[in-house]
Write a protein that binds this ligand. Structure first.
Ligand code: HEM
Ligand code: HEM
Length: 187
């Protein structure tokens, strides 16, 4: 007789939020890296930059339900269990990633508002400038901090991805399967 055992894994909403937000962060990074290839004043440049803003704002909106799920439910156990130092490393990386998902888009929105700029996509204003013409010098300083955080997190996200691949291909545990959903084990 064959029995299907279901291994513990992240719930479907948590998996969808993880991969959906990964796609949005990727989109935000791609847009900010390509918009400068187009001449200033063109609609395509403005819309690609606006797509950066919209993807980032979507991350900001989704991180709140995601954090609520994170607080309410513990992560499913990893088989075989991790050494204490590895478990601590992964907890710290996840904490850093959550702070990034919350603070980076928030800082982006604050930067635009301080600079007195609206978010407009294809001519439709999605987020108006709420506080008048703004303070451009301060907006530039905030933009620099936002850019620096964006650069630092290339490395943190890179480390997180390498860790996921290391679990799967080197340590051969179920860390990645818990996040992809292929966690059924036939016996
Ligand atoms: C996960 C979300 C986000 C990430 C990873 C991210 C990352 C970045 C990065 C890497 C840069 C380039 C900085 C540079 O090269 O100097 C940048 C620029 C910028 N971002 Fe974001 N960002 C995010 C969300 C947002 C949001 C939500 C807004 C505003 C609604 C925003 C507004 C800006 C602005 C105004 C710039 C400067 C663009 C320019 O050079 O004119 N960002 N962002
Ligand atoms: C923008 C990119 C990414 C961000 C911001 C991100 C963020 C996160 C966060 C915050 C967690 C903790 C989940 C929780 O406990 O609630 C997590 C878990 C996880 N992520 Fe990512 N992730 C990204 C990309 C990826 C990619 C590309 C992979 C593929 C290798 C991946 C694999 C995993 C795995 C396997 C877990 C579960 C780890 C565990 O439970 O110990 N992530 N991710």
């Amino acid at each position: 007789m064959s029995v299907i055992l279901s291994r513990p894994r992240y719930s479907a909403p948590r998996r969808w939020l993880h991969w959906g937000m990964f796609a949005l962060v990727l989109l935000a990074y791609v847009c900010i890296n390509v918009f400068d290839l187009f001449p200033k004043g063109t609609a395509v440049r403005a819309n690609i930059l606006a797509a950066h803003f919209v993807a980032g704002i979507a991350v900001l909106l989704l991180v709140l339900p995601r954090l609520m799920l994170r607080v309410r439910h513990v992560a499913p156990p990893i088989t075989p269990p991790l050494a204490q130092a590895t478990a601590l490393m992964s907890k710290l990386t996840h904490l850093a990633l959550y702070l990034f998902l919350l603070l980076q888009p928030l800082l982006g929105v604050i930067t635009l508002q301080v600079g007195g700029k609206a978010v407009t996509l294809f001519g439709v204003t999605l987020l108006p400038a709420l506080f008048g013409p703004g303070n451009h010098a301060l907006a530039h300083q905030l933009e620099d901090i936002h850019g620096t955080i964006g650069t630092v997190f290339y490395y943190v996200i890179g480390l997180h991805i390498l860790a996921g691949l290391w679990h799967h291909f080197v340590r051969h545990d179920d860390t990645l399967q818990r996040m992809t959903g292929e966690a059924e084990l036939a016996r």
